[in-house]
Ligand binder design. Structure first.
Ligand code: MLT
Length: 409
């Protein structure tokens, strides 16, 4: 008899975005409506920038000749991309991250999910609430989350981020070993300034915890005092791992490429207090379970660091930020509590009528043919809230706001 990993039985039936896609599919089937506006999953709509297209065409040509063909690449990523990341995303900002601290991957979703492999399941965890569901689900799958008692995971401390506390989480109270932070935040679109992030770094240093910092949305930062990287905070190289993605930065949701930074000086402990370098552990994990992102996608990623690539990527980010502003101001203009959208492609709203997140979802789908993401799907503190993304087109974003103005939410 084969025994399954029964932790999977603890998970909700489907992953949040699969559940939404299924509900929208059923709605579409029953209504045949072709005017559904999708502001749900954060998937991009604008084409890749010309620099990336040209670089990937050249990379395909490389594959056509035996002299330039690439088979298995280095599991940690090609040196050309790791050097470009080190130089442009870190050293240009005065942050000392070397290329051997960078691990290229197929995206931040996989890495934030897989990072748990290098930590014992006895570690307790803290994360903001609401939160990107991958952090919770992968800790449930491994057994680290523990039992679910009255809707709360025994071994996960949730740190509420709400309109009431200005979306600034309090420091954890349970002395967690692992602390997940995502800023600019998915789903709320809010940020921490450097001085608001620093106490988390100080806390982690004091308690010998590790911060898992998801910085997938850093390209959307417009305000000066918002850190693009946790390594802008003194001491973070001793207590943090950072995840980045080209999905939102460069429209790579369908191409797949991202990276994780594991500083060489970052250590954690064995049960008897032995010290382990996490950079070596992650390298060992990746070499065993991952064969690297494709050569073509890595050439595409490299191209966004060229002068042309930088300008082109910025212009697409600005396009989405304009949509975000339209959503934010549109929601505020009809009296909704709304946040995000300034340093982020996400706008987070709260219903004035005390309806639940899923009721809001149904209402907007049925009455406006508008898809968003129910806040409660990201955690209990998201109940009554709703996330809208700025990743659709300008025209559809305008139309979405017009539709919102016609209903009472
Ligand atoms: C989201 O909508 O939260 C993201 O697109 C999900 C992801 O990046 O996997």
């Amino acid at each position: 008899m084969t025994i399954v990993n029964e932790n999977f039985a603890l998970l909700s039936e489907s992953y949040l975005f699969s559940e939404i896609a299924e509900r929208v599919r059923r709605f579409h089937e029953s209504t045949n409506s072709d005017d559904i506006i999708r502001l749900g999953i954060g998937d991009v709509t604008q084409p890749l920038c010309p620099a990336a297209i040209e670089a990937m065409h050249r990379a395909v040509d490389d594959m056509a000749s035996s002299t330039t063909f690439h088979g298995y690449g280095p599991e940690q990523g090609y040196q050309f991309l790791r050097d470009a990341i080190s130089q442009n995303d870190y050293r240009a900002r005065g942050i000392d991250i070397a290329s051997d601290e960078i691990f290229v991957s197929d995206g931040a979703k996989s890495d934030t999910g897989n990072i748990g492999d290098i930590f014992d399941i006895c570690n307790s965890v803290a994360m903001t609430d609401p939160v990107y569901p991958v952090y919770v689900d992968t800790n449930v799958m491994s057994g680290r989350a523990g039992a679910n008692v009255s809707g709360r995971w025994q071994n996960i401390e949730m740190m509420p981020c709400t309109f009431d506390n200005g979306f600034i989480p309090e420091l954890p109270k349970s002395n967690p070993a692992l602390i997940y932070l995502c800023f600019p935040n998915n789903p709320t679109g809010t940020v921490l300034t450097k001085s608001q992030l620093k106490p988390f770094v100080d806390y982690a240093l004091e308690h010998k915890s590790i911060i898992l910092f998801d910085s997938a949305y850093e390209a959307f930062i417009t305000e000066d005092d918002v850190p693009h990287s946790i390594f802008e905070i003194e001491g973070a190289k001793k207590c943090a791992i950072e995840f980045r993605s080209y999905s939102k930065t460069a429209g790579f949701t369908g191409i797949r490429c991202g990276y994780t930074v594991v500083p060489r000086e970052l250590i954690a402990y064995g049960r008897n207090g032995e010290q382990y370098e996490l950079n070596k552990l992650w390298k060992r994990r990746q070499c065993t379970k991952f064969n690297g992102a494709s050569y073509i996608s890595q050439r595409g990623a490299e191209s966004i660091y060229s002068e042309e690539g930088k300008k082109q990527v910025k212009s697409t980010i600005d396009y989405y930020l304009r949509n975000a502003k339209i959503l934010l101001e549109g929601c505020q203009s009809i009296g909704l509590q709304a946040t995000g959208g300034i340093n982020s492609p996400y706008v987070w709203i709260s219903s004035n009528r005390g309806v639940s997140s899923w009721q809001l979802f149904d209402l907007l789908l049925n009455e406006c043919h508008l898809v968003g993401t129910p806040g409660v799907g990201f955690g209990p503190s998201g109940e009554g809230c709703f996330r809208l993304t700025a990743f659709n087109t300008y025209e559809k974003t305008i139309e979405a706001v017009n539709r919102l103005k016609r209903v009472s939410i």
